[in-house]
Design a binder for this molecule. Structure first.
Ligand SMILES: Cc1cc2nc3c(=O)[nH]c(=O)nc-3n(C[C@H](O)[C@H](O)[C@H](O)COP(=O)(O)OP(=O)(O)OC[C@H]3O[C@@H](n4cnc5c(N)ncnc54)[C@H](O)[C@@H]3O)c2cc1C
Length: 390
C-alpha cells in the first residue's frame, strides 16, 4: 500500500480527493476510484483493523457492488446466506415470511461481521495506488477550492489540500447541519447457539423493548437485541445461563432453547442526518446518515453512497469536482434513497415501540395483510435489496 512519504505528509500536499475514514464505506469509495487516474489519499484514525464483531446483513444488491469492487470472493467463504426472513411481533398475531425464491433472487442477503467486511475492503485498497495513511486522525476540514484537511499523525499536526474531501468517518465529526434523535435504546450484539439449526432463516421479532433480530451466522446465530440502555447493561453483565433464558423468553421457542453465547457488546442507537454546508466537501455512509439497525439498512445504504459517488467522480471533468453544482447533483441523486432508508427504519421503530392494544392489533393486521400480498412483499424486498434510485 503506498503510504504518504515523510516529506509529503509533513508538508502541504495536494491531492485530487481525500477520503476521511477507512471504514467499510470510505474503503469502498477508495476501491471504486482505484482506476480513475486521480490522486486519492485515505486517512484512517486507527493504526490497525477494528475487530468490530457487530453483524452486518448485506443485501443481495450490496453483494453485486462488492463483486464489482472485487472483494466479494474474499467474503463469500465466511458469508452466511439468508434465504428466508420471518417478521413477527411478540405477544401479537400477524407474521410476514419473505423468501428469496419467491422474490426471484438467489438469496435475500448475507451475514458477515463488520470487522471482516472492513478487513477485506482494506486489504483490497492496499493493492491499489490509493495512498493510505493509518493512525491519521482528522481534526478539522475546511471547504473551499481547494478544501483543506487538518490531521494528526505521530503527534504532529499536518495538512492536505484537495479538490474534493469525502467524509466517511462514521459520523464522529460535528458536521454543521446535523439533526440527531437519540433513540434511548442500545443494541446488544452476540453470537448464540440454539438447539435447532437456522436453515438460513433470519428472524426479526418486535418485542416490547424493541426489535430483536436473529441472523444465521455460520453454524450459529448473530443476535441484534434492541432494548433500553439499563437492560442492555444488565444483559451484557449477566451470567450466560441467565442471558440465554432471557433471550428465550423474549424471542420464543422457534429455534428450540439457546445453549451458548459469546462476544456480547452494546451499541447506543441514534438517528442522525447531516448535510455538508461547505463546497468541495461531501458526506457518505454513517457520516451522512446513521440509522437504527432494525432491518439492517445502514451499511447497505452507505455502500450505495460510496458506489454512486465513485461513478459520478469517474464520469466528471476533474476541474468541476466538488463545485456547488457538482455537489448538488450528487445530493439530488442520493436524496430519495437516503430519505427512504431513514424514513423506513424510523417508522418501524416508532410503529413497533408502542405496546398499546389498538396499535398491537393494527400492527398484527398490517403484518397479516402484507403476508397475503406477494406483489407488495416483492416490492418491499426489491426496495431493501437495491434501495431507491433518485
Ligand atoms: C448493532 C448494529 C448492527 C448493525 N447491523 C447492520 C446490518 O445488519 N446491515 C447494515 O447494512 N448495517 C448495519 N449497521 C450499520 C453499519 O454498522 C453502519 O452503517 C456502517 O458501519 C457504516 O460504515 P462507515 O464506514 O460509514 O462508518 P464506520 O464503520 O463507523 O467507519 C468509520 C471509520 O472512520 C474512522 N474515523 C472516525 N473518525 C475519524 C477521524 N477523525 N479521522 C480519521 N478517521 C476517522 C474510524 O476509525 C472508522 O474506521 C448496524 C449498526 C449497528 C450499531
Amino acid at each position: 500500500m503506498p503510504e504518504l512519504a515523510d516529506n509529503e505528509s509533513a508538508g502541504n500536499v495536494a491531492a485530487d480527493i481525500v477520503i476521511v475514514g477507512g471504514g467499510p464505506v470510505g474503503s469502498a469509495l477508495a476501491l471504486a476510484l482505484r482506476d480513475c487516474g486521480l490522486r486519492i489519499v485515505l486517512l484512517e484514525a486507527r493504526a490497525a483493523g477494528n475487530g468490530d464483531a457487530r453483524p452486518l446483513a448485506l443485501s443481495y444488491g450490496s453483494r453485486l457492488i462488492l463483486e464489482r469492487l472485487g472483494v466479494w470472493p474474499a467474503l463469500a467463504a465466511t458469508a452466511t446466506p439468508i434465504r428466508n426472513i420471518h417478521v413477527s411481533q411478540r405477544g401479537g398475531f400477524g407474521r410476514v415470511a419473505l423468501a428469496a425464491a419467491e422474490a426471484g433472487f438467489p438469496e435475500l442477503g448475507y451475514v458477515v461481521d463488520h470487522g471482516r467486511v472492513a478487513q477485506a475492503l482494506t486489504q483490497a485498497v492496499a493493492a491499489t495506488s490509493v495512498q493510505c495513511q493509518t493512525g491519521a486522525r482528522v481534526m478539522a476540514t475546511h471547504g473551499g477550492d481547494p478544501a483543506r484537511v487538518e490531521y494528526e499523525w505521530a503527534d504532529e499536526r499536518r495538512e492536505l489540500t484537495a479538490s474534493l474531501v469525502a467524509i466517511a468517518d462514521g459520523g464522529t465529526s460535528g458536521a454543521e447541519n446535523t439533526k440527531t434523535i437519540d433513540y434511548q435504546q442500545c443494541a446488544v450484539t452476540a453470537r448464540v447457539v440454539s438447539e435447532r439449526p437456522h436453515n438460513n432463516i433470519a428472524y426479526e421479532r418486535f418485542t416490547t423493548h424493541g426489535p430483536l433480530a436473529l441472523l444465521p451466522d455460520g453454524d450459529a446465530w448473530a443476535l441484534v437485541w434492541t432494548t433500553t440502555p439499563d437492560h442492555a447493561q444488565q444483559l451484557c453483565a449477566m451470567v450466560p445461563e441467565n442471558f440465554l433464558m432471557e433471550l428465550r423468553a423474549a424471542f420464543g421457542g422457534r429455534t428450540g432453547g439457546f445453549t451458548a453465547v459469546t462476544g456480547r457488546a452494546a451499541y447506543p442507537l441514534r438517528r442522525r442526518r447531516a448535510q455538508p454546508s461547505a463546497d468541495h466537501i461531501v458526506l457518505i455512509g454513517n457520516a451522512a446518515q446513521t440509522l437504527h439497525p432494525v432491518a439492517g439498512q445502514g451499511f447497505n445504504l452507505g455502500l450505495r453512497d460510496a458506489w454512486e459517488l465513485g461513478e459520478q467522480i469517474v464520469a466528471s471533468n476533474p476541474d468541476t469536482l466538488g463545485s456547488r453544482a457538482w455537489l448538488d447533483a450528487y445530493q439530488k441523486h442520493r436524496r430519495v434513497d437516503r430519505s427512504a432508508g431513514l424514513g423506513f427504519t424510523h417508522a418501524l421503530v416508532e410503529l413497533f415501540s408502542n405496546d398499546l392494544l389498538p396499535l398491537r392489533l393494527a400492527r398484527g393486521t398490517g403484518l397479516a395483510l402484507l403476508g397475503c400480498m406477494p406483489p407488495l412483499k416483492n416490492f418491499l424486498v426489491r426496495r431493501m435489496t437495491f434501495g431507491v434510485r433518485g
